[in-house]
Design a protein around this ligand. Structure first.
Ligand code: COA
Length: 385
């Protein structure tokens, strides 16, 4: 075995390791705050369209009216579902996980991008903008394909709608109520960026080899799929389903059942998705804003029993382990109330996080150093055949 005298310090999971600088966002667990380019995320969620937040993450400043109009025009011109992507999605099993579908679509969009071999800053910004505009069509089509049980007609995008309105339009084929659009927009803003999380770091690792933007995003999607990361919003809904959603149940009864479920789960030492965070140990800065959006949806759809389940799990977890919910916890039931299939929740996270990932890809490329850590060998001592 290895020399026990000179053991290196190992930061399992890179816990606590500061890997590089970033000017894109600041996560401060001490003050429970999250800033995008210096602006508190709550302020951005309250006041800006998602398009303006994307622009801010990529360019460092809030767009002027003229800049936003120009950016919006570009975004709207790339919204339609690409015909090759549609054909490829149609060839996938209808019950495959939509994360696999979106990952496949991004890979295809990379291969056929007119600037595929160009990693210059202007080409990269162009690629980020087109992907940002194309992803809602992919996610919306996956929802529709699943509902139809196979290939179907996509809903054509509408130029008179903003990003959030158009996303819901292309998914459900009808104009969403203003309250639903607002909750959806808020979720996109909150999901957009979160420093060196696992998927963003994956994107930076891939970029650091001088690979291309679509490869980095494809890898990031793979990292996001796992339930310890983005897959948690889907897993939260599976928990709600396992407890049982009973639309006519009172809030109090739902709460009591959820508390009992959590007590059993923790007694069995289960990890309950939607709780805990590697960085925030006293609560996730994004949760209060997302919880308000969930409350608005519960009110809008008249579904108080969801609130009972939500508070029951939260309270029982707090009493037993003092572990707080993360963003995925309120986001999951919010998307459920809007009418998205549970398996579509993490693809929605992709549509939002594409902004943060691509901002990091551009930042990594601008001051690149190959990301290549060391490992401590603990296999057999040298031996011979
Ligand atoms: N449910 C139950 N227990 C949890 C928990 C959860 N969701 N999250 C953390 N814990 C417990 C662990 O079991 C561990 O307890 P122990 O010391 O008695 O073994 C302790 O808290 C530390 O957890 P650990 O997983 O080592 O912390 P981490 O910093 O590596 O984990 C997460 C961060 C996010 C991976 C973890 O909290 C988790 O798995 N959460 C669920 C998945 C999730 O919601 N992910 C989305 C993140 S935004």
């Amino acid at each position: 075995m290895t020399d026990t005298q000179n053991q290196p310090e190992i930061n399992k999971g890179l816990d606590g390791v500061v890997a590089d600088y970033t000017a894109i966002s600041k996560v401060n667990p001490e003050t429970n705050s999250l800033l995008y380019r210096g602006y508190p995320v709550q302020e951005l969620a309250a006041k800006l369209p998602f398009e303006a937040v994307a622009y801010l993450l990529w360019n460092g400043e809030i767009p002027t009216d003229a800049q936003l109009a120009d950016f919006t025009e570009q975004e709207r011109s790339h919204r339609a579902l690409d015909q090759h992507v549609k054909a490829t999605l149609d060839a996938l099993p209808v019950d495959c996980h939509p994360m696999d579908s979106v990952r496949t679509a991004v890979s295809l969009l990379g291969a056929q991008h007119p600037q595929a071999g160009d990693n210059s800053p202007s080409a990269e910004l162009q690629k980020a903008t087109t992907l940002f505009a194309q992803l809602p069509a992919v996610v919306a089509y996956e929802q529709r394909r699943r509902t139809a049980g196979g290939p179907t007609e996509p809903v054509a995008p509408r130029d008179d709608l903003d990003y959030a309105q158009n996303f819901l339009w292309m998914t459900f084929g009808e104009e969403a109520d203003a309250a639903v659009v607002d909750a959806f927009r808020i979720s996109m803003v909150l999901y957009a960026e979160h420093s060196f999380n696992a998927s963003t770091f994956t994107a930076r690792v891939i970029t650091s080899t001088l690979s291309d933007l679509h490869s980095a995003v494809t890898g990031a999607i793979g990292a996001l799929k796992g339930p310890l990361h983005g897959g948690a919003n889907e897993a939260v809904m599976h928990t709600f389903d396992e407890i049982g959603i009973r639309p006519d149940e009172s809030e109090e009864d739902a709460k009591a059942r959820a508390k009992a479920w959590m007590e059993r789960a923790l007694a069995e030492r289960k990890k309950v998705m939607g709780f805990g965070h590697r960085v925030y140990k006293h609560g996730d800065s994004r949760v209060p804003t997302m919880k308000k959006a969930l409350d608005a949806m519960i009110e809008h759809f008249g579904r108080q029993e969801i609130l009972g389940l939500y508070h029951g799990l939260e309270q029982a977890m707090d009493e037993a382990k003092a572990i707080k919910p993360n963003l995925d916890y309120p986001a999951g039931p919010t998307y459920h109330l809007m009418g998205f299939d549970t398996e579509l929740f993490t693809p929605l996270f992709i549509a939002a996080r594409i902004t943060g990932w691509t901002a990091h890809i551009m930042e990594q490329r601008a001051a690149n150093s190959l990301i290549r850590p060391l490992s401590a060998y603990n296999g057999p001592d040298e031996r011979h055949l």
